[in-house]
Design a protein around this ligand. Structure first.
Ligand code: URA
Length: 226
């Protein structure tokens, strides 16, 4: 594809390409990522590497937790102060609500795999920048490929828009199903977005809608062939 000036478009910025192709175009051919065949290898690399010059005051890289063979992968936004301290995603107030949300559809936290689209706490909990998200995305893509879940759930608008390659916010993305694909996967994974638990803490009236979305996720898991 060519841009307005007849130049070849950077494939990572080409809106006509599906999101997984754009993510893939961000990975240099000689990236060590291509050789990472375990979650531990990805974790060790991310722990030891400065991928983005985010706040130097951060304490920990916050990677995924849970079952490496989970049927359900949950992707949140970014660690907060609690997660920065513990090195584990969703351990603060929003995390406690996420645990209850999971329990409502009969999942313990350790039965699923939970991560964020950003591995570090943005200073002052500001929104992640496009550059920070782009730096982490190839690793998120790899984590999803390695866990290879039956269903993928994005928590909140930032994660949903990014991984589904959509411009709509979570109000329009929730309750709908998309196919998440990646260059190395042989089949698409059914993917959806749900309200972020931090939003539900502020807007408890939305819990009813969240419940509808959870039941749909449960049904999707039950219908999955695995
Ligand atoms: N919010 C997120 O999106 N992720 C966390 O890990 C904690 C809070």
């Amino acid at each position: 594809n060519l841009d307005l000036f007849g130049q070849e478009l950077d494939p990572s910025q080409d809106p006509s390409r599906p999101p997984w192709e754009r993510i893939h175009a961000l990975i240099p051919k000689d990236s060590p990522l291509h050789g990472m065949t375990t979650l531990e290898a990805v974790r060790d690399y991310v722990n030891d590497t400065v991928l983005v010059p985010i706040d130097e005051a951060r304490l920990n890289a916050v990677m995924g937790v849970g079952d490496p063979n989970a049927d359900l992968v949950i992707i949140g936004e970014a660690p907060g102060a609690d997660e920065d301290r513990t090195g584990e995603p969703f351990t603060g107030r929003a995390g406690q609500l996420l645990n209850k949300i999971l329990a409502a559809i009969h999942f313990e936290r350790q039965d699923v795999y939970i991560t964020n689209i950003l591995f570090w706490r943005p200073p002052g909990n500001r929104n992640p920048t496009a550059g920070e998200v782009a730096a982490c995305l190839p690793f998120i893509e790899r984590l999803i490929e390695l866990v290879d879940p039956a269903v993928l759930v994005m928590v909140g608008g930032t994660a949903a828009k990014t991984l589904l390659g959509q411009s709509d916010g979570i109000m329009k993305l929730r309750g709908r199903w998309f196919n998440y694909e990646s260059a190395r996967m042989t089949r698409p994974i059914p993917a959806t977005g749900i309200f972020h638990p931090a939003y539900l803490l502020r807007s408890p009236a939305q819990k009813r809608t969240a419940w509808t979305d959870l039941l749909a996720i449960k049904r999707k898991l039950e219908a999955s062939p695995e």
